[in-house]
Write a protein that binds this ligand. Sequence first.
Ligand code: SF4
Ligand code: SF4
Ligand code: SF4
Length: 176
Amino acid sequence: MIKKMAIYFKSDKCVKCYACVIACKLVHNYPPHPISPPVAEPEGVSLLRLYEYSSHVGDDNLGFHLQLVTCMHCDDAPCIEECSELAIYKDLEYGVTLTDKEKCIGCEICFDVCPINAPCYDENGKIALCDMCIDRLKAGKKTSCQSVCPAEAIFVGTAEEIRALKDNGLKKESIL
Ligand code: SF4
Ligand code: SF4
Ligand code: SF4
């Protein structure tokens, strides 16, 4: 049975420390690994990216908004549908979208059909995509991004768990 997992980002809690982005790069071995403390968004392949947007009305700046961008592990994923090489597939237990670099030919169609352009490509032009730290999930651990976030701004769980968390206002005891 699929235990569909999702990533919940609480943007108003995020302190823009990039710890999640760095932890993701480290655990998936995507250099460069910035030295601490990071002064800017880490460069290179990032399966998890943090963007800052500012909104304006006329000349008035209404403030900044943070958005964490990574694969949403869609139910009916167009990337899976459109990959001619069958290089993208679903984990049947967690509903996570997974990739097979051996099969990937680097055509980048998955990037074009993805609604948020989540796929990136490694130094060999092969797909690089968030795997929701599935090995850690299967071992009963939190994802790397959630485990290092000092602000409890990231939560990975089922839709029911995320709903409960929202109802409880992201109380610490609900996360642990
Ligand atoms: S890569 Fe894009 S289309 Fe594919 S599952 Fe992730 S978010 Fe959905
Ligand atoms: S880049 Fe790779 S994973 Fe993406 S559609 Fe092409 S072959 Fe499939
Ligand atoms: S680790 Fe948490 S607080 Fe730091 S950038 Fe990531 S989501 Fe924001």
